[in-house]
Ligand binder design. Structure first.
Ligand code: SAM
Ligand code: SF4
Ligand code: F3S
Length: 433
């Protein structure tokens, strides 16, 4: 068998990034080498996403691109895994007949065996299960040595009408608390400072009677770990007990709480399970409990049937709440979701125009909020050398704000004190204390 050198390209969310860390770990364990350049690899895998149609088009165009590499080098093995593979295996094979394997979200831990079988039999393999238990104890090759993703659950039961995730990731399964703690304890021994607990809806974590608030308490007790983050929280399941536990010392003062829309009519058609009033009530409680908390959100414009008045309600809510930041999206009619079949789709130009207006308002709010931090002394976890200037470093405050400052790269992975000297919309500028 030829020695394999793998290149993995990851699309989509943090969960997918974690899955790629597992795939890399599995390959390394089998003796493959890994490369960050597709041209020098003889095994290319796209770990895909299908959350919006734009991502899908990007992936299909990438498939065409790597098809050209395969023409030059017929020995090259090409495969697709992840959410798009789970949803559209047949389409992928039809569009890219040169593909060697398509592997779904319940099967990706079998990738080394699949790759070796393809190599041996010279035959395409398509392996897509519709359900399955996620195995524990898989090796991982983590990208960062100080901050780690830890999925605490997989799948989603919410079926928001716009969203494909429940269809490609299956029903919600929570990992055992002891398995999660074991993974975190190992990380702590390796010197990790931060853990980011992942799930589509961490607030509905439940395992052997322990809920997410209980899990946070236990993670908070792991020695050596200094920061705990988690994402994503669903407003409908955010309990008072959790708000209380968010005061725990290591839990960072940041909450990402997707609002999606400010109009109750739209929220109801999205199937989100809360009203604007309920959302604002939660925000009030969270801010009362943790006044310094930073709040971020996800917003969708142009959901089917969204009228100008509905959109204006979104603008009004974000003016009232004043989020520290927001991910903003044009609604994308994803095949297989309920809302894609709704008849009152909003024209693209209207969506784009609303998105521009939304971004403008949110940018102003983000700038105003960041300005308030100038002069403050904050703790920063140093993450990397700044892309723009090799003499500068980039890190994050506990409130998840990016800070850029002068410093030596030996500081990467450490916690330092920084004084904020200037602010902008995207980042803060600081000076090491
Ligand atoms: N589970 C999380 C939640 O409930 O918010 C995140 C799910 S999704 C991976 C991340 C974000 O993508 C969502 O919060 C939503 O704003 C956006 N999104 C999902 N489907 C979309 C669609 N069809 N069109 C536009 N945005 C979408
Ligand atoms: Fe999608 Fe809704 Fe589940 Fe989030 S909670 S993953 S938006 S279905
Ligand atoms: Fe994530 Fe995209 Fe799948 S956002 S769960 S990789 S559809």
């Amino acid at each position: 068998m030829v020695n394999l050198k793998a290149y993995i390209q990851t699309y989509g969310c943090q969960m997918n990034e974690y899955d790629s860390e597992i795939i890399s770990g599995l390959f390394k364990e089998r003796g493959y080498s890994l490369s960050s350049h597709p041209e020098e690899a003889n095994l290319i895998i796209l770990n895909t996403c299908y959350v919006r149609n734009k991502v899908k088009h990007k992936i299909y165009s990438k498939l065409g691109e790597i098809g050209k590499l395969k023409k030059k080098n017929p020995e090259l093995l090409l495969g697709v895994c992840g959410c798009l593979a789970q949803k559209e295996a047949e389409e992928i094979v039809a569009q890219a007949p040169y593909i060697d394997f398509v592997v779904g979200t319940f099967n990706f831990h079998r990738l080394p065996q699949i790759v070796e079988k393809v190599q041996k039999n010279q035959q395409r393999i398509v392996e897509i299960d519709k359900e399955g238990i996620f195995p524990e104890g898989l090796p991982k090759l983590r990208k960062r040595k100080f901050s780690a993703y830890i999925p605490i659950m997989r799948g989603c039961n919410n079926f928001c009408t716009y969203c494909i995730v429940p269809f490609v990731r299956g029903r919600e399964r929570s990992r055992l608390c002891e398995d999660i703690l074991k993974e975190i304890e190992e990380l702590s021994q390796e010197g990790y400072k931060e853990v980011i607990l992942l799930g589509q809806n961490v607030n509905s974590y439940l395992s052997e009677g322990k809920d997410f608030a209980d899990l946070l308490t236990e993670v908070n007790n792991v020695e050596g770990i200094e920061r705990i983050r988690f994402t994503t929280s669903h407003p409908k399941d955010l309990s008072e007990k959790l708000i209380e536990r968010m005061k725990l010392k290591k839990v960072c003062e940041h909450l990402h709480l997707p609002l999606q829309a400010g109009s109750n009519r739209v929220l109801q058609r999205m199937g989100r399970g809360y009203t604007r009033e309920r959302y604002e009530e939660i925000v009030k409680k969270v801010r009362e409990a943790i006044p310094e908390i930073s709040l971020t959100t996800d917003l969708i414009v142009g959901f089917p049937g969204e009228k100008e008045e509905d959109f204006e309600e979104t603008l009004e809510v974000i003016e009232r709440i004043k989020f520290d930041g927001a991910f903003t999206f044009c609604y994308s009619p994803v095949k297989g979701t309920e809302a894609a079949e709704f008849e009152d789709q909003v024209p693209d130009e209207v969506k784009k125009e609303r998105l521009r207006r939304l971004i403008k308002v949110q940018q102003r709010i983000t700038e105003e909020k960041n300005e308030l931090l100038v002069g403050q002394k904050l703790e920063v976890l140093v993450e990397k050398v700044s892309k723009k200037n090799p003499e500068e470093l980039q890190g994050r405050t506990r409130t998840n704000k990016i800070v850029v400052f002068k410093g030596k790269k030996e500081l990467i992975g450490t916690l330092i004190g920084v004084k904020i000297v200037a602010s902008g919309c995207w980042a803060l500028r600081g000076k090491i204390l």
